[in-house]
Design a protein around this ligand. Structure first.
Ligand code: PMV
Length: 356
């Protein structure tokens, strides 16, 4: 991280003025679906995820005292419309907290297909929170960074941490609800579990309905939403036990039923929201076939048609081959547990969320 103070920022010693951060996407094994507070991004339920070691997002934030407004680019292309509005709204929040009104230049490089239900918003807002927090001098610890990232995109709260992370919904009705909702890393015997995710990208195009819109519509109209939310809390308890004893089959079974239940809430919404495509179902058949053949393989899907297959690292190649065999056009990626968000070039103490 360059720590040279740009002209015009001398009164704020904590503000680095220029910071670059990298963060990775995470895949939820217990899903976040539905907000109880749209502005604060407070979920109805706790969720649990694995941060991946693929598809990082790198974001640089530079304070720009002379600029009239924020300049925001993604892979070198200026953002416009809703994506720009979300980044600028996030910067407003950071500026308000920092007491520093300066605009910024934000440059993001994404390696994940944007908008394809592969959690580009999780890595994106985790990296933006870390870089903007440092550039504006918020001095956040990992918990504070997770709360901040949550405001950009709920799932980003979990990408602050490496490995397995649990995002607490927080207590509804609590006086300061913002404080109670953050992610934390979960101690899991990762070596014994040997988890891998085979990511089958059956369609890398942008999704028709944003997760934000789809979850609002589901909460408002689906008769299955409340039963799913209740069962998800029970799934979480079972999942934690399964992770503790490094029982990959139990972890996979719970993750798969939790995800299918989430999609069932959407299918029951009025009108239905359907992210799963024919190719998704073909991959689900291949996963079932693998299980029948004795391979521990379990599927999870987010706000898109792509499938992430949880399996043992030792079986990942075999699972990938089966998925490729089922859907020839799918791009298949192998992922393992990845690190938390970190500042580039900063000393390790400045990296509250990153794993050793
Ligand atoms: O963070 P958002 O608003 O993009 O929500 C994503 C929600 C899911 O990816 C569908 C599930 C999850 O927990 O990540």
């Amino acid at each position: 991280m360059a720590v040279e103070q740009p002209v015009g920022v001398p009164d704020h010693p904590a503000a680095a003025g220029d910071a670059t951060a990298v963060a990775h996407p995470n895949i939820a094994l217990i899903k976040y679906w539905g907000k109880r507070d749209e502005r604060l991004v407070l979920p109805w339920t706790d969720s649990l995820s694995l941060t991946l070691d693929v598809f990082p997002t790198t974001t640089r934030v530079r304070l720009a005292p002379g600029a009239g407004r924020d300049a925001v680019t993604l892979d070198g292309v200026p953002l416009a419309g809703e994506p720009r509005r979300r980044v600028v709204a996030f910067l407003e929040l950071v500026r308000e907290r920092a007491g520093l009104a300066l605009p910024a230049v934000v440059e993001t490089r994404n390696t994940v297909p944007t908008g394809a239900g592969l959690a580009s918003s999780a890595s994106g807002f985790a990296a933006l929170a870390a870089a903007a927090g440092a550039a504006y001098g918020l001095g956040l610890d990992a918990t504070g960074l997770s709360r901040l990232a949550r405001r950009g995109s709920g799932s980003a709260a979990r990408s602050v941490f490496g490995g397995f992370a649990l995002w607490h919904a927080g207590q509804p009705g609590h006086a300061d609800a913002d404080l109670g909702s953050y992610a934390e890393p979960l101690p899991v015997p990762v070596r014994a579990l040997d988890p891998a995710l085979v990511v089958a990208v059956v369609d890398a195009g942008p999704k028709a309905v944003s997760s934000r819109e789809a979850m609002r519509h589901t909460v408002d109209t689906s008769p299955l939403y409340r039963p799913w939310a209740a069962s998800s809390q029970a799934d979480l308890i079972e999942m934690r036990h399964a992770l503790d004893r490094a029982d990959l089959d139990a972890v996979g079974e719970i993750a798969e039923r939790n995800a299918l239940g989430m999609h069932a809430t959407m299918l029951a919404a009025r009108p239905a929201v359907r992210y799963l495509s024919a190719a998704t179902l073909t991959v689900l058949d291949a996963v079932l076939e693998l299980r029948r053949g004795g391979v521990a393989a379990y599927a999870t899907m987010d706000a898109g048609p792509n499938v992430k297959v949880l399996c043992r690292g030792a079986d990942a190649q075999r699972v990938a081959a089966a998925v490729r065999g089922a859907v020839g056009t799918a791009a298949v990626h192998l992922a393992g547990p990845g690190p938390g968000a970190r500042l580039l070039g900063a000393n390790p103490d400045a990296n509250p969320g990153a794993n050793p």
